[in-house]
Design a protein around this ligand. Structure first.
Ligand SMILES: C[S@@+](CC[C@H](N)C(=O)[O-])C[C@H]1O[C@@H](n2cnc3c(N)ncnc32)[C@H](O)[C@@H]1O
Length: 187
């Protein structure tokens, strides 16, 4: 790892977990950086479903994946991640990625919201295979506020420890509400 920024930190875990041919979900497509990473890891034999509610996100991601010649691996879906079970054909899946908040270059009002995020995580956990990984990047402060972060942390803290291992990391000495990387492993 070079920078230890949150996405690179999470990608490090994805690299260790995901194998060629795996089925993955990017629940928050955005500009497609996570979708691209997942496509590279699953390869031609795998599949990546990616969701976003913004057309702009879909267009940005489509262009990125076309440029990188991995578009055939992905299914880009303009829908809320709360509908993922209607689109994902495989059950179980190997890995699910959430990167909450807003599209950096887009409308900050179209950010993820606590109640729908928790609904989508719950759905994702039911789709995840035993031993599967769910990664979550949680943001707070600024336009993100604190409601979603607080609700997500409370929800994750109360997940049944017999069914899920929840590992939360901290940029402990960084000021100004640093992002929080979380890994959930289904037992
Ligand atoms: C921080 S960005 C994601 C970054 C992205 N993973 C990347 O690599 O560029 C968060 C995205 O979540 C999207 N979003 C907000 N609510 C959503 C929902 N209910 N379902 C799916 N995506 C949603 C936003 O439109 C935004 O593009």
């Amino acid at each position: 790892m070079k920078s230890y920024q949150i996405t690179e930190f999470v990608h490090h875990f994805l690299e260790n977990h995901i194998k060629t041919g795996n089925i993955c979900i990017d629940a928050t497509m955005g500009n497609g950086n996570d979708t691209l990473k997942l496509c590279e890891l699953v390869g031609d034999q795998g599949k990546v479903y990616a969701f976003d509610i913004q057309k702009q996100a879909l267009e940005n991601t489509k262009k990125l994946l076309e440029d990188q010649k991995v578009i055939h691996i992905a299914s880009l879906i303009l829908a809320s991640h709360t509908h993922m079970h209607n689109y994902v054909e495989e059950n179980p899946v190997d890995c699910i990625v959430f990167n909450f908040g807003y599209l950096p270059s887009g409308d900050h009002n179209l950010a993820t919201k606590a109640d729908t995020s928790i609904e989508a995580i719950t759905q994702g956990l039911s789709l995840l295979r035993k031993g599967g990984l769910m990664s979550l990047c949680i943001y707070s402060g600024g336009d993100s506020g604190f409601e979603e972060r607080d609700a997500l942390l409370e929800f994750l803290k109360n997940l049944d420890a017999k069914k899920y291992l929840v590992i939360l990391s901290s940029y402990y000495n960084r000021p100004n509400n640093p992002p929080i990387p979380v890994m959930v492993i289904k037992r």
